[in-house]
Design a protein around this ligand. Structure first.
Ligand code: GLU
Length: 342
């Protein structure tokens, strides 16, 4: 399926009137003018993002796509790539081996902290930079080109469309990434990564520079919510065995050093990136993709957090929710049940 097909498919589905679509439009309007947060500017290319860009896309496990706002605007995936590349590493090597190279323990520290487990020398988890670089090292392939192609092909399975790299962002990440380089060489010293350090660093900077939009993030989350099969294309993106592993580390470590509060308030496995994206999974139900560049002090999209909080609260999407939700998701999507309730 090419980009055009996907977009026409998405718009034909979203054209269906649904109380849920109206709900999404309402929350979009509610937060559209919220002007807290600051656009990332550690490299000049990211500072070009417009603070008013805002898109929300929800993809149900049945393949219904609801998008509101700027869902075609491309931006770099940044740290969101880490969760999905971790899934590919698990497929390449299996859980046991991957666990010898990267742990699954939250750090409570900044994503770019130069810290390894003192006893095992492993990076703490695949969502912090050290762990993500160790994970990228595990991606199989004969050389740089084949390894990158395997990552791009994986994202295509998740989103249903081909992806490009933003080359200026990649080159800037590479030029300014000495902190990441330091971590990689520290891990080489401890035998946590292989000798091809510079190739792996390039791969890491390239995976962060992959261009996506809010709809892609919704599809990626919807695919995980659907057990690893893209609910629109029907294609499997990740072996079913590893979906639980990926979304577990998303839950405990996916939102930088806000992850504990995120679980408390929202309770959905999620991953955010400094490009302004968030991908959040309600397992067995739906996936949410949001895009809004202004970030809070932890590096998470301000509007994105608000949207996920509202959806979790209104539809009882928190993993541990046992209370009757204010709104029944299925009724709101299908327009069934008592109209007074939606
Ligand atoms: N490319 C960034 C870095 O390695 C990742 C930023 C992010 O957390 O989204 O520093």
């Amino acid at each position: 399926m090419n980009t055009g097909d996907l977009h026409s498919l998405a718009s034909s589905i979203t054209a269906v009137a649904s109380p849920f679509r109206n709900y999404l439009s309402d929350v979009y309007e509610k937060y559209r003018l919220l002007d807290d947060g600051v656009v990332a500017d550690y490299i000049p290319e990211l500072a070009l993002a417009k603070p008013e860009w805002f898109g929300i896309c929800v993809v149900t496990k049945n393949g219904q796509v609801f998008d509101v706002g700027e869902c075609d605007q491309l931006f770099t995936i940044q740290s969101i790539s880490k969760a999905f590349v971790y899934g590919l590493a698990l497929e390449d090597h299996g859980r046991e081996y991957v666990n010898t190279k990267v742990s699954v323990e939250p750090t409570g520290e900044a994503f770019n902290a130069i810290v390894l487990d003192e006893k095992t020398n492993r990076p703490y988890n695949p969502m912090v930079n050290a762990g993500a670089i160790a994970t990228s090292d595990l991606i199989k392939g004969k050389g740089a080109t084949e390894r990158l192609k395997r990552i791009l092909d994986m994202f295509k399975r998740y989103t249903g469309r081909a992806h490009d790299i933003n080359v200026p962002v990649f080159l800037s990440e590479k030029a300014t990434g000495n902190r990441n380089r330091a971590m990689a060489y520290l891990m080489l010293n401890f035998g946590m990564v292989s000798e091809r350090v510079e190739e792996t660093l390039d791969l890491y900077f390239q995976q962060c520079s992959i261009l996506v939009n809010a709809r892609d993030l919704g599809m990626m989350a919807g695919t995980l919510a659907n057990g690893g099969i893209n609910p629109v294309t029907g294609e499997r993106a990740i072996d079913e065995r590893y979906v639980q592993d990926v979304i577990s580390v998303m839950l405990t470590c996916g939102m930088y050093d806000y992850s504990g509060e995120w679980v408390y308030r929202v309770g959905m496995p999620a991953k955010s990136g400094v490009g302004g994206g968030i991908t959040a999974v309600a397992p067995g139900k739906l996936g949410i993709g949001t895009f809004s560049p202004p970030l809070d002090s932890k590096g998470n999209s301000v509007r994105g957090i608000k949207i996920c909080e509202e959806l979790a609260k209104d539809f009882g999407l928190h993993l541990f929710n046992v209370a009757k939700p204010d709104r029944v998701l299925e009724d709101w999507i299908a327009g069934t049940g008592d109209a007074d309730t939606w």
